[in-house]
Write a protein that binds this ligand. Structure first.
Ligand code: PMP
Length: 363
């Protein structure tokens, strides 16, 4: 199979990467820029690798406009390990934290945090099967919490926060695993942002953490060394061997992103792509969107046909037609198209055409 035989891959993560990035990585696979080695084979302390690392980190800092008050760190363990790292590092101040529960991953994060302090639910969308994002006025914060936690994009339910919550000076912690690098941000508003790499950034195996440095260094005494943000800051993410190849791939993705107009360019493109699919859903009596309109995600489009049987038929026929990974997550059911940065508009247009055809033949 050549690269031209690639399918339209709507996976929620690990997700597709830009084809040109994969081709560049392939071209450099056995001999990175005359070094005579693959990036996979390099010492992480070698100058050639340090240059890759520094350039990647500097580009991420520039593209996300990370202020000097904040530090970028690269950690292993995916986003899930951050569910533990966050409370271990910053709940110590008041032993309290407040969580917005708007889906599976914020629920898991909250349950993990309960091991380390007193956790309250600031707001929840569980009453309507996580089909919406609560409003600012629904958020209950006392003001003495060590942090307030939310998940900016709910990958499974297809909802996305359209605003940054105001938290009475309580540090804001945000899981941006499925929408980082898709919308410009004022990073100075956040205490901690973290994101698993495998959707909008790179292959799996890493979480990017952006932390206000003043929050680090106050971890609970039993925090594993590798989960200490301060240790990671002091060692520039190299206390031990970092996920070298994933960081290199992130570097290639960032250069690609720059050519698309950076985060600002990506924001325009993602709004257009999401609209193409939401228009099909909104114009149809056959498809039903799972999320409330005002809370719909631009990354994960969740929808259903009139029956579970037709959902299953849809999945089967998409595979035959050159698409994949359109089945909804097992906890939510239905269908889901994940359209992160690397999904080209062409792929979305092709899926919209398929959806219209499928509706014609099955309604
Ligand atoms: N948070 C969100 C929003 C996610 O979508 C996911 C996984 N898809 C996770 C956390 C967990 O990520 P990981 O598998 O990297 O631990």
């Amino acid at each position: 199979m050549s690269s031209t035989d690639r399918i339209h891959n709507f996976s929620s993560g690990p997700s597709m990467l830009p084809l040109s990035v994969l081709e560049e990585a392939a071209a450099e696979m056995t001999n990175y820029q005359g070094s005579g080695m693959s990036v996979m084979e390099m010492s992480h302390r070698s100058q050639v690798y340090i240059d890759i690392f520094n350039e990647t980190k500097a580009n991420l800092k520039r593209m996300l406009k990370v202020p000097d008050t904040h530090e970028i760190i690269f950690m292993q363990g995916g986003a899930t390990l951050q569910f533990s790292a966050v409370p271990l590092n910053i709940i110590g101040r008041t032993k309290k934290a407040s969580y917005a529960v708007t889906g599976n991953f914020s629920d898991l994060a909250m349950k993990e945090a309960k091991k380390y302090g007193e956790i309250t639910v600031a707001c929840s969308s569980e009453d309507k099967n996580h089909s919406y994002i609560p409003q600012q006025s629904d958020i209950k914060i006392e003001g003495d919490e060590s942090y307030f936690y939310y998940c900016a994009n709910n990958t499974i339910y297809g909802t996305e926060w359209k605003y940054v919550p105001m938290t009475k000076d309580v540090p804001l912690v945000c899981d941006m695993s499925s929408n980082i690098l898709t919308v410009p941000l004022d990073i100075s508003k956040f205490g901690i942002i973290f994101a698993g790499a495998q959707k909008n950034m790179a292959p799996a195996g890493m979480a990017v953490v952006i932390i206000d440095k003043s929050l680090a260094g106050k971890e609970l005494p039993f925090t594993p060394k590798l989960l200490s943000y301060q240790v990671m800051i002091d060692s520039d993410s190299m206390h031990n061997t970092p996920p070298c190849y994933t960081i290199y791939m992130l570097g290639l993705v960032l250069k690609w992103l720059e050519k698309q107009g950076g985060v600002e360019g990506m924001e325009k493109i993602k709004i257009e792509k999401a609209k193409i699919l939401y228009d099909v859903i909104d114009e149809s009596e056959f498809y039903r969107g799972c999320a409330e309109t005002a809370s719909r995600s631009d990354m994960n489009i969740t929808f259903r046909t009139p029956s579970e049987e037709l959902d299953a038929k849809f999945v089967k026929e998409t595979v035959k037609a050159g698409f994949d990974n359109l089945k909804g997550h097992r906890v939510a059911g239905g269908l889901r198209a994940s359209i992160y940065n690397a999904m080209p508009t062409d792929g979305v247009v092709a899926l919209a055409a398929f959806m219209r055809d499928f509706e014609q033949t099955n309604r």
